[in-house]
Each structure stands twice: as structure tokens, then as C-alpha cells.
Design a protein. Structure first.
Length: 237
């Protein structure tokens, strides 16, 4: 149902992170070569492994993890899906493949600090490359204030996006908005690297029964200390 070979170009999440780590690795190599600080080899090896894991997650792991997740949902094929902070469409466009008669809506503020080359027209080109442009809608919007009526989506997803909101109050508003636009009986899936306790507690306060679980090594952003947790909720019908 979802093509495992992605044809779009999806960029790198938080590109300054691998850039800083690569600068650190190069500094270690330089110090070993020119200042004879050979003891730095352990740091260099650790940094190389962390960079490799991060790049795997951003280029491949998140696609594998979300594909496995999306194929388990009981699709009819005509659902309306919303992706909060869709970026270049990594998750949005895989979800769109599940709804040949439905609609997949992506909202974002298109921050290129959070994802390299992040722009609405890039996501549009990716939708065409994946063959789902006919069922995609993209909007510039903040997830704290969604421009949609109550109960308007069957499935709401979000991948490593909500933590980018710096204040707890703002993250609570994003959760409240996700819950508001989800129809009764609909499914909410949020994957994020931090703050997942906060999302769970907020949703529980809204009356949801929440499942929270790790998404495994393919979504480690450098190592197990930066693992991605999934929040999985079905809104009572
Ligand atoms: C790390 S990227 C992940 C993008 C996409 N979900 C993916 O997995 O490829 C985080 C995204 O969240 C978006 N974002 C950050 N704050 C936002 C906000 N308040 N409202 C909507 N989008 C936001 C960024 O612009 C960026 O596209």
C-alpha cells in the first residue's frame, strides 16, 4: 500500500545538529593529527557513530518506522488526514498513499532551521514525485491555532514537530487543537523526541486513553538518549 522506495527529496531534520557534530569530529581528527592528542580517538569514534545513527534516522529510519505504523491502521481509503508540521512531506505523503479517495492535509510554518530546504513548493513537488498530488492540500499555519473546524479529520499525525514549540503552554495548545479537529472515533499519532509525557498528560486530561511507547532504534536521533516516543490515541466515538 505504501511504496518503500521514496521518490521525493526530504532533506535533513535540524541540519545544524549533524553539522555541529561533524565539526566536532573534524576538530578531533585535526587535534589527533597535528597536536598528537591520540587519546581523542575514542571521542572521534563515538561522534562518528552518533552522526551515522542521526543520518540514518533522518534519511531512512523515520520512513521505515512510520511506514510500519501506517500500514497497521484500518484504512477505508477515503479518510481525511492532517499532518501537523509536515515539512517536506515525509510522513504526509506516505499517509496519502493510504487514502486514494481521501485527502491528506499538511500544515507547517516551513522553518528551515527545523528541516533543510523546508518550503511548501518543495512538499508540492515531492507529492507529484510520489504520485499523490491529486489528494494533497498544503497550508501555512501554526499548529497552536489550526484553521479547521471541530471534528474535521479521521487521522491526525505529527512527527518530531511539536517539541519545536518552546513553551509548555504552546505545546498544550497544539495538543488541544489536534484533539479538537479529530473526529470522534478518529486516531491521533504523535512521534516526538521529547515532551511526550506532557502530550500524554494533556490528552489524558482531555479524557483520552493514551498508549505511549518507544519507536525503536531506527528513530534514535544519535543514540538511545534521543529516542522517539509514540503517542497513540483513539478518540472515543
Ligand atoms: C523536524 S521537522 C519534521 C518535519 C516532518 N514532520 C518530517 O518528519 O519530515 C519539524 C517541522 O515542524 C515545523 N514546525 C515547527 N513549529 C511549528 C508550528 N508552531 N506550527 C507548525 N509547524 C511547525 C517546522 O517548520 C518543521 O517543518
Amino acid at each position: 500500500m505504501i511504496n518503500s522506495r521514496r521518490k521525493g527529496r526530504y532533506g535533513i531534520d535540524a541540519p545544524y545538529v549533524p553539522l555541529l557534530m561533524t565539526a566536532g569530529l573534524l576538530a578531533c581528527i585535526g587535534l589527533m593529527m597535528f597536536a598528537h592528542m591520540s587519546g581523542l580517538w575514542i571521542t572521534a569514534v563515538i561522534l562518528a557513530v552518533v552522526i551515522a545513527l542521526y543520518m540514518h534516522t533522518t534519511l531512512r529510519g523515520k520512513f521505515v518506522a512510520w511506514r510500519s505504523l501506517l500500514v497497521t491502521l484500518p484504512w477505508r481509503g477515503d479518510e481525511r488526514i492532517l499532518d501537523l508540521g509536515c515539512g517536506r512531506g515525509a510522513i504526509l505523503l506516505m499517509a496519502a498513499e493510504c487514502v486514494p479517495r481521501g485527502r491528506a492535509v499538511g500544515i507547517d510554518i516551513w522553518s528551515s532551521k527545523d528541516q533543510s530546504g523546508n518550503a511548501m513548493d518543495v512538499t508540492g513537488s515531492n507529492a507529484a514525485a510520489e504520485g499523490v498530488a491529486d489528494r494533497i492540500e498544503l497550508k501555512t499555519a501554526d499548529m497552536r491555532e489550526l484553521p479547521f473546524p471541530d471534528d474535521s479529520f479521521d487521522v491526525v499525525v505529527s512527527n518530531v514537530a511539536i517539541h519545536n514549540i518552546g513553551d509548555a503552554g504552546g505545546r498544550d495548545r497544539a495538543i488541544d487543537e489536534a484533539w479538537r479537529v479529530l473526529r470522534p472515533g478518529g486516531r491521533l499519532l504523535i512521534a516526538d523526541i521529547s515532551k511526550s509525557h506532557q502530550y500524554r498528560d494533556r490528552l489524558a486530561a482531555l479524557g483520552a486513553r493514551v498508549v505511549r511507547r518507544p519507536l525503536g532504534w531506527r528513530m534514535w536521533w544519535g543514540g538511545p538518549w534521543m529516542a522517539t516516543m509514540l503517542i497513540d490515541v483513539q478518540k472515543p466515538a
